[in-house]
Design a protein around this ligand. Structure first.
Ligand code: FES
Length: 387
């Protein structure tokens, strides 16, 4: 066999020979200053994603007779992370020996977060929200998750004009979106339809009127139980929407009670809009209606700790754990974020209708979301520790 000499192969050999001496030279000429312990990119990532934050209530303000605004500051840092207007945080506290948490949409703007201010508008309904309305005081401290959620504008997916439809306390994410639009962090054209029983139940009306007067948004108020000049009367029908916009040319954002989602969904049905054109903020998964609910035994493992607790078939596994004071991880409580993802070990269960956000592999290999799972027999689960 005959080998041909290749000039490039020869050059490679020479380079290889010089490799070690060249490296030695480079090392010798380098500085002996130790590598930095902190890098800017890591600092930024930590500022944007702090995980859980320690917060303190700095102000309380009644918004309506059934809704209170709570203002928070962080006590473990100088600022809240910047977020996308429309996102939520989960607030956690201990009430009557139960560890409870609930997600609340942020009503302040992302820029206010950088000034260490974050506000939540909380409706006086349910155990924890009722406590926040009636008993919380300035100076009380809580844990709060970093902002999260997909209920925000996305340039690539959404139309340049958005129609936001709010019912009752569902106004909070839209106030943040309107402020963010005014502050120049968002570029959409925003029209807000805000419905309530009567004028007295419209929260944040002064703020919304000021934003409308500055041209940041257009607001249409609707009252269902009252007729007033300057207000629409009734509910958000397709006919009403068509008077203000071209339905196929906008992206809808809905936040409010389930009945509102159903009503508006039916009104929009004839337009056959793509799914992405109608975005709904997910509500917490609460108790389900069961006549004479049975009580089962739930065995919970978190690392090397084991609890045996009662779990009713009409309440989620997460609610059962919280009632027993077990610090189970959660954020959205709606089956969407995956933060509570746990491992099923034994027992029968059912998942709330329309809330099963698990991947196929999770369903096959025993992944569950305790926030939307109801026991149907004694159960055993392995839960990750809350961080
Ligand atoms: S808390 Fe989000 S999926 Fe359970």
């Amino acid at each position: 066999m005959k080998f041909q000499k290749q000039i490039f192969g020869f050059m490679d050999m020479l380079r290889f020979k010089e490799l070690v001496p060249n490296r030695r030279k480079a090392l010798a000429s380098g500085t002996d200053t130790p590598l930095p312990k902190r890098y800017r990119v890591n600092e930024l990532a930590k500022a944007l994603h702090p995980g859980r934050m320690q917060v303190e209530v700095t102000a309380l303000r009644p918004l309506t007779d059934g809704m209170t605004e709570l203002t928070f500051r962080r006590t473990d840092a100088d600022a809240f992370p910047f977020f996308r207007a429309g996102q939520y945080v989960s607030l956690q506290g201990t009430v009557a020996d139960s560890v409870v948490s609930r997600p609340y949409s942020i009503s302040s703007s992302p820029r206010e977060a950088l000034e260490n201010k974050l506000t939540l508008g909380v409706e006086n309904a349910g155990f924890f929200s009722g406590y926040l309305n009636r008993e919380v005081k300035v100076g009380d401290r809580f844990l709060m998750t970093e902002p999260a959620g997909e209920f925000h504008y996305e340039t690539l997916r959404d139309k340049p004009q958005i129609a936001c439809i709010a019912g009752g306390s569902g106004i909070t994410p839209f106030l943040s979106m309107a402020k963010s639009r005014k502050e120049g962090d968002e570029s959409y054209e925003m029209i807000l339809f805000y419905g309530a029983r009567d004028e007295a139940h419209l929260a944040y009306k002064a703020e919304l009127d000021a934003l409308a007067a500055e041209g940041a948004i257009k607001v249409v108020y609707l009252l269902s139980d009252e007729t007033r000049e300057g207000y629409e009367h009734g509910f958000v029908t397709a006919a009403l929407l068509s008077r203000y916009l071209s339905i196929p040319d906008v992206t809808f954002f809905l936040c409010g009670p389930a009945a509102m989602y159903e009503f508006v969904g039916k009104e929009l049905e004839p337009f056959a809009l793509p799914r992405k054109a109608v975005r709904r903020d997910a509500a917490c998964c609460g108790n389900r209606a069961v006549e004479n609910p049975r009580t089962f035994s739930l065995t919970v493992h978190i690392r090397d700790k084991v609890w045996n607790i009662p779990a009713r078939e009409d309440e989620t596994l997460l609610a059962a754990m919280e009632r027993a004071g077990i610090p189970a991880p959660n954020k959205c409580r709606a089956g969407g974020c995956g933060y509570c993802h746990s491992q099923w070990l034994a027992g029968e269960y059912t998942v709330a209708e329309g809330r099963d956000g698990r991947r196929l592999a999770d369903r096959k290999f025993g992944g569950i979301h305790p926030c939307v799972t109801y026991p149907q027999s004694d159960m055993e689960i392995n839960v990750p520790p809350a961080e």
